[in-house]
Design a protein around this ligand. Structure first.
Ligand SMILES: C[S@@+](CC[C@H](N)C(=O)[O-])C[C@H]1O[C@@H](n2cnc3c(N)ncnc32)[C@H](O)[C@@H]1O
Length: 365
């Protein structure tokens, strides 16, 4: 089978896949942290940015946020709670749709967000294949949000020998190589690099198709994709060539064949390819680091969203450290990137969003 099929089974097989059988992949007790595990300020700052986007859209009566791969719904809870508290007009217009592929995680979302679900503010949707934000012709403006979603989509692996296939022999997995498809070769030509001897690179064709469909399904709105990843320019400079890895109990391994279904498998996101797929009628902005994006949103009120509940100095110090982890280069600030695209909105309005207005940007090429 193709490597992407192997990765898909390991992660999403309804019975044995990592995200189906594992109710606790996230946080300290699980295998990895995401930004919402660090502190609610991540969701709160994004709520602030979503509210600004709503105003940039002309404060419409209705707005839908589609979150792709929301996991347990931690981020959605932070956004809904903060919006309800701080941005009542925006909250009135908002409907929040969580598109989650894992039945087990959908159950966890139903428990975590039951107040918002009962109130009709939120809805959980199952996705079959690539998530679709809306039916074509959908009039309500949409914001599509994806945090650490694209890195969890299956990839193809290519080497000088061709395109990777997985087979079994005597009860063990073996790797074989087939001639690459024209789509794979075109992907390497346009968005990545051709692997040199003893090198492997990934082709994220499924991510591209997914982004294509998402961009197609929006008439007016925004797409925000946050993930760890790279650009083609960085690959040409010799970095991020072969980023496939397995993650288990907060440690990383290169052996993606060990304990299938018990460890996460992930590949860094090729933002050059993702931005190109977005271009179908959308306007991708320059790629930002998470640090630039969050600094842009939070600097005006000195990150008051983080410190709201802190009354004692030690509490403030603890929250300051958590905020630092989200923003500093030593934490998640530089390894995570933010790709924002817009559709049907004046470019100068988009450019003035606070999240896009901080620091130096990097061209996605
Ligand atoms: C790495 S987790 C990120 C979870 C969450 N966004 C966070 O930041 O904590 C990836 C999530 O994407 C979901 N997922 C993967 N493919 C999907 C698809 N095609 N449709 C919907 N969800 C999907 C997985 O089930 C999992 O919950």
């Amino acid at each position: 089978m193709r490597f992407s099929r192997y990765m898909d089974l390991c992660l999403y097989d309804p019975e044995f896949g990592y995200y189906s059988r594992n109710a606790q992949p996230f946080g300290k007790a699980g295998d990895f942290y995401t930004s919402s595990d660090v502190h609610a300020v991540f969701g709160r700052l994004l709520a602030r940015q979503f509210e600004e986007m709503w105003r940039a859209l002309g404060s419409p009566e209705k707005l839908e946020i589609f979150e792709l791969g929301p996991g347990r719904g931690l981020f959605a809870g932070d956004v809904l709670d903060w919006s309800g508290k701080k941005f009542p007009d925006f909250f009135r217009a908002l409907r929040y749709v969580l598109v989650e592929g894992s039945a087990r995680l959908r159950e966890r979302i139903r428990t975590a967000l039951n107040r918002h679900l009962d109130a009709g503010k939120a809805e959980v949707r199952e996705s079959v294949g690539a998530p679709q934000p809306a039916s074509p012709g959908h009039e309500v403006p949409i914001i599509v949000f994806a945090n650490e979603f694209f890195d969890a989509l299956p990839v193809e692996v290519l080497s000088e020998q061709g395109s990777l296939r997985i087979d079994t022999r005597d009860g063990h997995f073996v790797e074989t190589w087939s001639a690459p498809s024209s789509a794979e070769l075109e992907f390497l030509d346009r968005y990545s690099v051709h692997p040199e001897q003893n090198e492997r690179v990934e082709a994220s064709l499924i991510s591209q198709q997914t982004m294509d469909r998402i961009a197609d399904g929006i008439r007016r709105g925004f797409i925000i994709a946050i993930d760890y990843g790279y650009t083609q320019a960085e690959q040409l400079a010799g970095r991020h060539r072969g980023t496939l890895k397995a993650v288990r109990q907060h440690s990383i391994s290169a052996d993606v064949y060990q304990a299938p279904g018990e460890q996460d498998i992930t590949a860094d996101v090729n933002f050059t390819a993702l931005a190109a797929a977005e271009q179908r009628g959308t306007l991708p902005q320059k790629l930002l680091t998470q640090s630039q994006f969050l600094m842009g949103i939070g600097e005006a009120n000195q990150f008051a969203d983080a410190f709201e509940e802190c009354s004692l100095p030690p509490e403030r110090a603890k929250v300051a450290l958590q905020l630092k982890h989200l923003i500093s280069p030593a934490g998640m600030g530089e390894s995570f990137h933010v790709l924002v695209a817009s559709k049907g909105i004046a470019p100068e309005t988009v450019a003035s969003l606070s999240g896009l207005s901080f620091g130096q940007t990097q061209v996605v090429r």
